[in-house]
Design a protein around this ligand. Structure first.
Ligand SMILES: C[S@@+](CC[C@H](N)C(=O)[O-])C[C@H]1O[C@@H](n2cnc3c(N)ncnc32)[C@H](O)[C@@H]1O
Length: 236
C-alpha cells in the first residue's frame, strides 16, 4: 500500500515491524487489562449476531474473540500490511476466514468503501492518528449501534511516556507520533453523534469507553437479548 502522508508511512512501517511480536505476545499472555475491560463493556452492550468494524485491528485477536463469542462477522482495517497479514492467517487458523474481511489502508481514506457496522471498535487507535476528529466522526458515521474505544488517559505520566516515545521515534527518523487527545472532547463528538455512554473503566494508562445509540438503549432493544446491565456506567 502506498501512502502519501508521512504519518501513515511511518505508522505502517512501525506497526508492520511489530506484527509478529504482537501476535506472539497475545498467544503467550492473552488480553491486556484494558482489553479485558473493553470486552466487558462490549459484552454488556450485547455483541451476539453483530457485524463488527474494527479500525486499527492489528493482528485481529480482539474481533476474532468476539466472533468466537457469537458476533456474526467482522471487517478489520489497518494501515500496516503485516498486521493484516497476521490477522488473515489467524482468522484462517481459527476457522473464521469466511466471517472476516480485511483491508489494508487508512480508514479515513477508504471509509466510503466500508459497509456500516453494528459495532465499531478502536482499541488504542485514536491515539495513533493526528486528525482524531475526522477519524472519530467518520467512524461514528459507520456505526449503527455500539461505539467502543480505548485511548490514553490525560495524565502527566502518560504524556511523559508519549514524549519519550516521540524522542525515540525521532532518533529512528520515523515520522510516526502518538497523541494524548482530550477524552472529554472525543466524548462530545460521540454524544453529538447520537450515542450515550454505557460503560467506562480504566487502567493506569488506558481509558475504556463503550457507547450505545440512544434509540437502542438495552431496555428498548428487541434485537439482541443478552444484556441487562448496560446503562449502569462504571464510575471513572
Ligand atoms: C497501537 S496499535 C493497536 C493495534 C490493536 N488494536 C491492538 O490493540 O492490539 C494501533 C494500530 O492502529 C493502526 N492505525 C492507526 N491509524 C489508523 C487508521 N487511520 N486507519 C487504519 N489503521 C490505523 C496502526 O497501523 C496500528 O496497527
Amino acid at each position: 500500500m502506498d501512502y502519501c502522508c508521512p504519518h501513515d508511512i511511518g505508522a505502517a512501517r512501525l506497526f508492520s515491524r511489530m506484527a509478529r511480536w504482537q501476535r506472539r505476545r497475545y498467544e503467550k499472555h492473552g488480553f491486556l487489562e484494558s482489553q479485558r475491560q473493553l470486552l466487558e463493556g462490549l459484552a454488556q452492550a450485547g455483541m451476539t449476531g453483530a457485524a463488527l468494524l474494527e479500525i486499527g485491528c492489528g493482528v485481529g485477536y480482539l474481533h476474532q474473540h468476539l466472533l468466537d463469542q457469537g458476533a456474526a462477522r467482522a471487517t478489520g482495517i489497518d494501515l500496516a500490511e503485516k498486521m493484516i497479514g497476521q490477522a488473515r492467517e489467524t482468522a484462517r487458523a481459527r476457522g473464521l476466514a469466511d466471517r472476516t474481511d480485511y483491508r489494508v489502508g487508512d480508514f479515513n481514506e477508504i471509509a466510503d468503501s466500508i459497509e456500516d457496522a453494528d459495532a465499531t471498535i478502536l482499541d488504542k487507535v485514536l491515539c495513533c492518528y493526528p486528525d482524531v476528529e475526522a477519524l472519530a466522526k467518520k467512524s461514528l458515521a459507520k456505526t449503527r449501534r455500539v461505539y467502543a474505544y480505548t485511548l490514553p488517559r490525560k495524565r502527566w505520566w502518560v504524556r511523559l511516556g508519549v514524549e519519550f516515545m516521540a524522542a525515540v521515534l525521532w532518533g529512528f527518523r520515523s515520522p510516526f507520533r502518538s497523541y494524548v487527545h482530550d477524552p472529554s472532547v472525543i466524548e462530545t463528538w460521540v454524544t453529538a453523534g447520537g450515542f450515550e455512554k454505557c460503560y467506562e473503566n480504566q487502567t493506569a494508562v488506558w481509558l475504556t469507553q463503550v457507547y450505545v445509540r440512544r434509540s437502542d438503549r438495552p431496555r428498548d432493544r428487541k434485537l439482541l437479548g443478552d444484556l441487562q446491565r448496560c446503562g449502569e456506567a462504571t464510575p471513572r
